[in-house]
Design a protein around this ligand. Structure first.
Ligand code: 5GP
Ligand code: ZN
Length: 136
């Protein structure tokens, strides 16, 4: 199996600019930020995507996300923060070690991250909802 770059960072074989660490979570600066301070929050253990993460990690993960988000907002005087996660290649995932992006945002930074569309009808919207609900 190819070496996972984020596992290498956790093992300290590759350096990172560490922001925060707890027992099972590590946060470090993204090497190619959307805005300066863009931080990646990852589980130290290797899980490929959101769907592989153990729910038991939830509390520690949310604590880390909130702590770092608050520190980014206050430390960098950010007006807002995007929390993002790419899962699978079609969604832009390049590193297959699950990770959350915390991106500082500013009123006039000119970024638009979510181009949106409309449902063709209310019926179509209900149909789509049902296709998801059927799999819960
Ligand atoms: P993805 O597209 O998989 O959600 O995002 C992967 C992110 O990891 C990218 O934003 C990329 O800039 C970042 N990245 C890739 N390799 C490294 C690295 O070696 N060190 C750091 N700090 N970030 C990396
Ligand atoms: Zn990994």
């Amino acid at each position: 199996m190819e070496k996972c770059i984020f596992c290498e960072i956790v093992a300290e074989n590759i350096p990172c600019t560490k922001i925060y660490e707890s027992e099972n979570i590590l946060a470090f600066l993204d090497i190619a930020p959307v805005n300066p301070g863009h931080t990646l929050v990852i589980p130290k253990q290797h899980y490929p995507t959101l769907l592989d993460l153990p729910p038991a990690l939830g509390q520690e993960l949310l604590e880390a996300l909130q702590k770092v988000a608050k520190a980014i907002k206050e430390g960098l005087q950010a007006d807002g923060i995007n929390l993002g996660m790419n899962n699978y290649r079609a969604a832009g995932q390049l590193v297959f070690h699950a990770h959350f992006h915390l991106i500082p945002r500013y009123e006039k930074d000119g970024l638009t991250l979510w181009p949106q569309q409309k449902y063709e009808s209310e019926t179509k919207m209900q149909e789509i909802a049902q296709q998801i609900i059927n799999k819960l």
